[in-house]
Design a protein around this ligand. Structure first.
Ligand code: BTN
Length: 251
């Protein structure tokens, strides 16, 4: 079913913007934050023309096949690193809710089903000088994308291909937002960290991350990953690289 403002109005009990097409929902949300959007407001789009992924990569959101969601949140600076976790936990809950099996989180925030990526999460922090204005929690979920004949064929999956039937994207958004509210309400609690840690699928395994090869040993509450590298040395990898720290524009 096509997404529309009217359909979402029935589902979402919060301030939201819906666009048939935008460059990036994260950019639109950032502008809305800077013009006074409240915490919990959300920007949604059917299509993104210049969707952004981690590390400067492009994130494709063609019409009709995916979710592009950017939630405006206003945590205290101490809990910024948990926004990543909240995104991953909420998408994990959604995948479980629709009946997916073999769900796991690949550190720090890739939700995988049967080892394939079903979503991308891009939290972006907006500062005004040294004052935290808020965070944009950008989430892209593959619902029915066609990855055959693309380089992502063996790495990416979709919710519909995993459950074997069609899904209503407005219902998915509604449930996702309920889970984001649930975890955001608990941002200071241990439950956020312990649940995320229990859902990570690479602890104890041999991995390669940011050019470091070794065994994933543990994670810290600030999201840091501890690795015993192949030379036997303990190393830490920080998830901080997922934050694009931006200076808010001051008129
Ligand atoms: C990744 O590279 O894994 C993160 C991808 C994040 C994509 C989402 S889609 C909604 C929001 N708007 C964007 O431009 N990016 C994020």
């Amino acid at each position: 079913m096509t997404l529309s403002h009217a359909i979402l109005q029935d589902k979402l009990n919060r301030p939201f913007q819906y666009h048939d097409s935008v460059d990036s929902t994260n950019d639109t949300a950032k502008q809305w934050l800077q013009s006074g959007a409240p915490s919990g407001a959300v920007v949604l789009a059917d299509e993104q023309k210049k969707g952004r992924g981690r590390k400067g990569r492009t994130w494709y959101t063609p019409p009709n096949v995916a979710l592009a969601v950017s939630v405006i949140l206003k945590p205290t600076p101490d809990y910024l690193s948990r926004i990543n976790i909240i995104g991953a936990l909420s998408v994990y809950d959604l995948a479980e809710h629709v009946g997916c099996a073999s769900i796991g989180i690949k550190w720090p925030n890739d939700v995988q089903i049967n080892g394939k990526k079903v979503c991308g999460i891009l939290p972006e922090v907006v500062w005004n000088g040294d004052v935290l204005e808020g965070v944009i929690l950008g989430i892209g979920i593959n619902v029915r994308n066609d990855f055959s004949h693309t380089e992502l064929m063996h790495q990416a999956t979709t919710l519909e291909s995993e459950v074997g039937h069609s899904l209503n994207r407005a219902d998915l958004i509604n449930y996702l937002m309920q889970r984001i509210d649930y975890w955001h309400d608990r941002i200071t609690s241990d439950e956020v960290f312990t649940t995320w840690k229990a859902r990570l699928n690479m602890l104890g395994k041999h991995i390669v991350v940011d050019g470091i090869a070794g065994q994933a040993i543990d994670v810290d509450p600030d999201c840091t990953l501890r690795i015993l590298n192949d030379a036997g040395q303990a190393q830490q990898v920080f998830a901080g690289d997922v934050f694009v720290v931006q200076q808010a524009e001051i008129d």
